[in-house]
Design a protein around this ligand. Sequence first.
Ligand code: ADP
Length: 308
Amino acid sequence: MEDMVLQLKGIKKRYGAQQVLKQVDVTINKGEIYGLVGKNGAGKTTLMRILTGLTKQQAGSMWLLGEDGKNGYDAARKRMGSIIETPSFYPFFDGKTNLEYYNQQLGGKANVDEVLDLVGLGKSGKKKFKNYSLGMKQRLGIGLAILNDPEFLVLDEPINGLDPMGIVEVRNLIRKLNQERNITIIISSHILGELESIATNYGFLDKGVILEELSKEELEHKCRPNWKIRVNQPDNVLALLQETYGFSQIEMEEGSLILKESLPNPEHVTREIVEKGYDLYEFSMINKSLESYYLDLIENHKSGREKV
Ligand code: ADP
C-alpha cells in the first residue's frame, strides 16, 4: 500500500446518456511510468480529469497517493502535477517570465531557473513563448506542472502533434523526471509506439473499459517472436519436436507448425528436422509488434468478449 500511488476500482463516468467510463481498474506503484493507451474517444482525458479533480466519477473507488475521501484527495492533489488541457502562457513573454508568474500564484516556493534547466529551457533566454517550437511549448508546460515538486505527474497526450525532434525531447524529459526526481507518471497516448521506449507499465483502455494492465516485460513476453515451420510431414515433425525438445507451445495452423516458445538455437531444430529425413520448406520468424498486440486486444473486445 505504501508503494501505491494510484488505485482505481470500478470507476464509472457518464455524460448525459453516454457511459464514457464503464469499468476502470488501474493500479500504479511508485516509480512507474504508466502508459494509458487508447484510441481517441476511449475515455483517457475523462479519466485524467477525474484524477486531478476537474470532474467526478459516479461510481467506484479511488486511492490517490494513499488517500481517499474529499479531504484526502485535496491533500493528495497538492502533491501532484498535471497537464490536461494546453496550459495558457503569455505569448509575448519569455519562458522564465511565464513560469515566474505561475510560481507567484502558487506561493513562490519554486526555483524557476532550476525548473527551466530541468526541462531544457535554461538557455532559451528572451525568446518569446509565441516563437517557441511545439516541443519547447510542451516542455514549458511540463515545467509548470512540476513547479510544486510533485510526486505524481498526470500527462494527457503530451507527445501528440510533436515533430520527431520534439518527441525525443519530451520523452527524454519524462524519463529524466522519473529517474532523477523519482516522479511517478501516468501518460496517455492513442499511439502505443509513442510510449514504447518510456513506459514501464501499460493500461489499455477501450470504450471506457481497462482491458488489460501489464508491465513492459509482460508485454514484450507476449510479443516475443513465433516461429513458422513448414515441412513435408507436419504431424510427424510435430511429434518429433515435442519429444526431442519438450515443446508444449507448438500447434498446427493451416498445415504449418507455429512454435510459440523462445528459441535460443534455432539451427539445432532445423538440423534435427533435416537429419531425421524430413523436407524443410520454411523456417521463419514471425514478429508480433506491440501495436498489433494492442489492435488484437481491441478487436477481441469488439467481438463480444467484454469484461463489463
Ligand atoms: P480520449 O481522451 O480517450 O480521446 P475523452 O475522455 O476525451 O477520450 O472522451 C471520451 C468520450 O466522452 C467522447 O465520446 C467525448 O465526446 C465524451 N466526453 C468527454 N468529455 C465530455 C463532456 N464534458 N461532456 C460530454 N461528453 C464528453
